[in-house]
Design a protein around this ligand. Structure first.
Ligand SMILES: C[S@@+](CC[C@H](N)C(=O)[O-])C[C@H]1O[C@@H](n2cnc3c(N)ncnc32)[C@H](O)[C@@H]1O
Length: 198
């Protein structure tokens, strides 16, 4: 997989200066983190049919890794709220469906675009820098859209799980932590969250 392009880095910095909390990082995810996200996603899909929904695709570093890992482009749906990132994605990716919109409205967005069923959600949303009520809304909506047993793959830079404990308990989520990827800037951990079948 190619390394991060200068155009991606420049756009990221520009959007971070404009909307630091929503952008969540100064630079795009590095190759090792993107590959870890893709590997984890492949393992959680485990033969499930349906779409892989990527939230907060940015300049598409995780998208590239998902495609390189063998996820078919027509299964991939990229949800990105920032119009400049969405334009960048449209210019660089012809296979995946690109939905410009707010992940907090995920069930509505998926219904409006006729996207179902969902095999997994891959999220790079900056959950740590978003207000608690926004995180509750996004995560609640994600698990409303996901069938039971299907997983959310989410990275975080922080030491704790990216979905707060109270919310995990309320939604009966089970989390699994990957190894910290020290060679990402900043170092990051890939988590998976599942709501087991009842
Ligand atoms: C940390 S960046 C990750 C970008 C890219 N996936 C990567 O790993 O390099 C977070 C991304 O989430 C997007 N984002 C933030 N809040 C969002 C929301 N509510 N709905 C959709 N996208 C959102 C930002 O615009 C940004 O592209």
């Amino acid at each position: 997989m190619p390394t991060v392009e200068p155009a991606s880095t420049a756009l990221f910095l520009k959007r971070w200066l404009r909307r630091p909390f929503a952008t969540g990082a100064v630079v795009p995810s590095g190759r090792l983190l993107a590959e870890a996200m893709a590997r984890t996603t492949r393992s959680v899909i485990d033969g499930r049919p349906g779409h892989i929904v990527e939230l907060g695709a940015g300049t598409g570093e995780v998208t590239k890794a998902l495609l390189a890992a063998g996820i078919a482009p027509e299964r991939l749906v990229l949800v990105e709220r920032d119009p400049e990132f969405a334009t960048f994605l449209r210019r660089h990716f012809s296979g995946p469906r690109i939905v410009e919109g707010d992940a907090a409205r995920l069930p509505r967005l998926l219904a409006d675009h006729g996207i179902a069923p969902i095999a997994a959600v891959v999220s790079s949303l900056p959950l740590l820098s978003l207000p608690a009520d926004v995180v509750n809304g996004i995560v609640g909506g994600v698990f409303e859209a996901l069938p039971r047993g299907a997983a959310v793959v989410q990275f975080t830079y922080g030491p704790k799980p990216p979905i707060p404990r109270a919310l995990r308990q309320r939604l009966h989520l089970v989390g699994a932590r990957g190894k910290r990827i020290w060679r990402n800037v900043p170092p990051a951990v890939v988590w998976t969250f599942t709501r087991p079948a009842a």
